[in-house]
Design a protein around this ligand. Sequence first.
Ligand code: CA
Length: 226
Amino acid sequence: MKVRAYAAGGGGETSTAEVFVVRTNTDPDPTANFTFTTTQSGSTWNAAFTSTSTDDVPPIPTQTWSFAGPFATWPGGSGPTFAATGLTPGNHPVKLFVKDATNRTDEITRTVALPGTPPTPTWAPPTRTTVSPTESDFTWNGVPGADGYEVETFYRNDQHQYVNPTTEYVAQPSSAGGATMTSTVHNNEHTCSVQNSCFRTHVRAYFVIDGVTYASAWSGDIWWGL
Ligand SMILES: [Ca+2]
């Protein structure tokens, strides 16, 4: 960078010099890493995490654990180990953030894959919002650990049977947080002559571990018309 120097009594620019700024913090960065074990407990899981992070000056003073996926409400923790209980089946990203004594940082996220049946989605207000004569938005509470959702809509035929389902797939968001999911459902442009009972829609959550798909039970049904 360049610095300009001025005479104390005024008189304008007197000289220009190159100044080289040298980073004085040459402390090596820490490297975040961890291992974990899981134990099934009824329909849920417990997980025990151990930091294997390294730094030139151990121990690393700041080690913070958090669930990095959407909809999870499980508490995080701090320190070289972390235990989580009551985890539902699914793919749960867990993040370890580390910071050494000179504020150098690193982080790593690993996915804890827990086989089993995911929680069943529940509808959330506003459960259904009419978008157009052939579309409605449906809203449900997101399921932590899901990879996505399957929204199925049946059409009521002249024999009062719900048939010919159409399926819409909704991907799970990748970022942490969130509260609800929304899908725009198309009614296949069937005309509707029966108020509030032309269609039947339900949703389920799913995830995949090692090529095996695990799906939740279907949510409650919503019967709807135009
Ligand atoms: Ca260091």
